[in-house]
Design a protein around this ligand. Structure first.
Ligand SMILES: Cc1cc2nc3c(=O)[nH]c(=O)nc-3n(C[C@H](O)[C@H](O)[C@H](O)COP(=O)(O)OP(=O)(O)OC[C@H]3O[C@@H](n4cnc5c(N)ncnc54)[C@H](O)[C@@H]3O)c2cc1C
Length: 386
């Protein structure tokens, strides 16, 4: 058993940390308040190769795995810049195309993922279906060689920054008449696709959208892979999604604890003693630090299993990691706010600014309840309850 990163992974972590710190949480918050994106940070991370660490080298990427991408997500978040688009674009969309796209699709899209010039966001959630993806109602119909796509999607992150949306739809199986999943790469400016921005209580430079698809006409090669790739393609994106979103949560937790520890180690209100010398202040912080570190262990276990091609085992660990990191991040930020006292609610101290984001991390991209359902069923052997 080995808990060490390789030398290369260590160097990547140090380099990403240095980049993240040059931008920092103030930059992230300023962009969010201005209704702008973290364009400079994304571009620089892309130029330095950090956004394409998991893309195969033959397409211009770093040739690493989800472990490397998790390191990037964690370190940027630990510097106060949790970028959700790292989860949807390089983790989900690039993995789906790399593993299930045609060779032409790989050649067309992967070099852009590798240098960060291409952003592809991911649309599965629908207003009616919610967590129950079996009820997806976005349908793809054949029209000659083309496809016509119709349906509605909600909470789709980053549509305004992306060139494409990877849309999860369903086609009708010609032999059985049953509907089965199919993934399409849809240009964000496609005729027939409109969007409206959702007002969210999350301070973030990344936005969520409702998407309306009304007979969006797509060429045959917009379908990822072929008609049999839908289900495996969809599943191939899930473990990278859970692992990288967990890494983002763990990084956010580390950031909050670091800010809080710096504050409590210097703030004095009772004589000459720091507030951190009181166990009522230090213990909750230490408890949160333990939870974050436990989540990190599961994140890197899941990433290691995934990169070793052990998808089924990775699935259990990735779900557990996502659950643990979601809870740990929310605890860490809430505790960090508390130990700051009134300062915790100011913008200046940079912790309450993350409350909305970590709260959302217990709901999306998969809710804590759906993970508990998964663990109960697949680990504990319980009957499916829904
Ligand atoms: C900030 C943010 C960004 C997002 N970005 C994207 C994106 O880029 N792309 C995308 O496709 N989606 C995105 N989503 C959507 C997200 O994946 C969904 O919100 C999430 O999967 C939950 O679905 P829902 O909101 O429909 O909740 P519902 O399914 O309506 O669930 C409501 C509540 O009931 C619980 N529940 C439902 N069924 C069960 C059950 N069987 N057992 C126990 N509890 C249950 C849920 O856990 C939840 O607490 C985003 C959401 C947020 C908040």
């Amino acid at each position: 058993m080995n808990f060490d990163l390789t030398d290369e992974q260590d160097q990547l972590r140090d380099a990403v940390r240095a980049l993240g710190r040059r931008y920092g949480h103030e930059y992230f918050v300023a962009r969010a308040r201005a209704g702008e994106h973290t364009t400079e940070l994304w571009a620089e991370a892309g130029r330095l190769g950090y956004l394409g660490v998991n893309i195969p080298t033959e397409y211009g990427g770093g040739g690493g795995g989800i472990t490397e991408l998790a390191i990037v997500c964690e370190e940027l978040a630990a510097a106060g810049c949790p970028l959700l688009l790292l989860v949807v674009s390089p983790a989900i969309a690039a993995t789906v195309i790399a593993r299930h796209g045609t060779e032409e699709q790989r050649k067309r899209f992967l070099p852009g993922f590798a240098d960060g010039s291409l952003k592809v966001v991911f649309a599965i959630t629908e207003p009616e279906a919610g967590s129950n993806f079996h009820r997806l109602g976005t349908v793809a119909r054949r029209d000659g060689d083309d496809w016509l796509l119709s349906g509605r999607k909600c909470y789709i992150s980053g549509v305004d920054e992306a060139q494409f949306v990877l849309v999860v739809a369903r086609t009708e199986d010609a032999t059985t008449g049953k509907l089965k999943p199919a993934l399409f790469v849809v240009p964000t400016d496609a005729a027939g696709m409109t969007r409206s921005k959702l007002d969210m209580e999350i301070l973030s430079p990344e936005n969520q959208f409702l998407l309306y698809l009304d007979d969006v006409r797509l060429p045959a090669d917009a379908l990822v892979g072929d008609l049999d790739s839908g289900l495996p393609a969809l599943f191939s994106g899930l473990n990278p999604e859970r692992i990288t979103v967990a890494a983002m949560g763990a990084g956010t937790g580390r950031y909050a604890i670091e800010r809080a520890s710096a504050y409590t180690a210097t703030r004095k209100v009772w004589g000459g003693r720091t507030i951190g010398s009181h166990q009522g202040v230090a213990h909750p912080l230490a408890h949160a630090a333990v939870q974050v570190e436990l989540a990190r262990l599961m994140i890197y276990k899941a990433a290691t299993l995934y990169d070793a091609g052990r998808d089924l085992e990775a699935g259990v660990s990735a779900n557990m990691a996502k659950y643990a990191a979601g809870e740990a991040a929310a605890l860490a930020v809430d505790t960090a706010v508390q130990v700051h006292g009134g300062a915790g609610m100011t913008t200046e101290y940079g912790v309450a600014t993350l409350l909305g984001a970590v709260r959302a991390g217990r709901i999306a991209p998969v809710s804590r309840e759906m993970i508990l359902n998964f663990v109960a069923q697949h680990v504990l052997g319980q009957d499916k309850s829904y």
